[in-house]
Write a protein that binds this ligand. Structure first.
Ligand code: ACO
Length: 329
């Protein structure tokens, strides 16, 4: 699915993030699986990640991010009429994380639902929120992206456990006077879904050990390098922009090698690229908002800056958005 937006200026007016307190370094990892700091850094660029405690669920980590985003936008909970939470690790399948958060916040006027698109969830969710806002169905929306993948990993599997971390981000989206989203490109290939799956997590009967995330790293790597480039190219072309015009590139933070490959193929300057996979690992749906927040903290999200975001993940899915940054409604 691809499209450029049609005149309706919808932007991000508030941004917030949160990660668990506990830092787990590569050396910490090497204490319980056969790995090393050197292997993890060379193959992934990851140095450390945050891991939620046994008592913490997704909404515990996401709610501080939501509150920060609301305060940043100067928005009252009563104004939010749509809450989408992109996650594959809600507190439980139902009630949804979004409904639970709306209740905790006293958000009485909002439709609230969870969205499941793997690590691409945040990209799908902002595209959906855009559609609702542009059509007038929603006036002010809250989009949350977050995952606690540490809860669904096999902690004896060194090939997956070193890659992921926990974290969440949230954005307020609403009509803006200038800038806003220029276009989206979203896609899915269920044929490749088997390469990154969580058997036993749903209604399909599963005979096997304790359900956990399973991944064919090489296949996902090949898929990732392909779609990180094709999706970004597609959305740029659709919006009549070139890579040279992009000011800030926010790729999904799965692996530094995947990011480096995409940077090289797209021909974007490395200094325009946001990288924080070294500090957080792959936080799935939390990845893009966490990277956006870093870009803003570094002063890169100035009004008018052209921001290219691309995500990819389980499904297999992918998604890109092009946004002219404008922080005021
Ligand atoms: N420590 C030490 N050795 C390891 C580890 C580890 N943590 N993990 C695997 N190895 C070993 C393997 O067993 C293998 O050993 P062998 O040669 O004796 O069989 C060797 O290292 C090489 O393994 P490869 O899988 O070939 O390593 P590769 O260079 O492909 O890197 C990696 C593996 C990092 C997983 C890479 O394939 C990758 O990043 N893939 C993409 C993963 C990804 O992005 N997933 C998230 C998608 S988003 C979402 O929705 C969740």
């Amino acid at each position: 699915m691809i499209g450029s937006t049609s005149g309706q200026r919808i932007g991000i007016t508030g941004l917030g993030t949160n990660v668990p307190e506990t830092v787990m370094t590569n050396d910490d990892m090497a204490r319980f699986v056969d790995t090393s700091d050197e292997w993890i850094r060379e193959r992934t660029g990851i140095r450390e990640r945050r891991i939620a405690s046994q008592d913490e669920a997704l909404t515990d980590i996401a709610l501080p991010a939501v509150r920060e985003a609301l305060a940043d936008a100067g928005a009252d909970v009563s104004e939010i009429d749509l809450l989408i939470c992109a996650t594959v690790t809600p507190d439980m399948l139902f009630p949804t994380a979004s409904a639970l958060m709306a209740d905790t916040l006293g958000m009485r006027n909002a439709a609230a639902y969870d969205l499941l698109a793997g690590c691409t969830g945040f990209m799908y969710a902002i595209a959906q929120a855009y559609g609702m806002l542009a059509s007038g169905l929603s006036k002010k929306a809250l989009v949350v992206g977050g995952d606690l993948l540490s809860k669904v990993l096999n902690w004896e599997d060194r090939s997956t456990v070193v890659l992921f971390g926990d974290g969440a981000g949230a954005v307020v989206m609403e009509p803006v006077a200038t800038g806003g989203f220029l276009g989206f490109e979203l896609g899915a290939d269920g044929g490749g879904g088997i390469h990154l799956c969580y058997p036993g997590s749903g209604s399909r009967h599963y005979e096997g050990p304790k359900p956990a995330l399973m991944m064919n790293g090489r296949e996902v790597f090949k898929f990732a390098t392909r779609v990180m480039v094709s999706s970004a190219d597609a959305v740029l072309k659709q919006c009549g922009k070139t890579i040279a015009e992009v000011d800030v590139y926010v790729p999904h933070q799965a692996n530094k090698r995947i990011i480096d490959y995409a940077v090289g193929k797209l021909g974007i300057a490395p200094e325009k690229t946001v990288v924080n996979v070294d500090r957080y690992g792959n936080t799935s749906s939390g990845s893009i908002p966490l990277a956006l927040a870093d870009a803003r903290a570094e002063g890169r999200l100035t009004d008018g800056a052209l921001v290219l975001m691309t995500g990819m993940g389980a499904g297999l899915t992918w998604g890109s958005a092009l946004l002219e940054w404008s922080s005021s409604a």
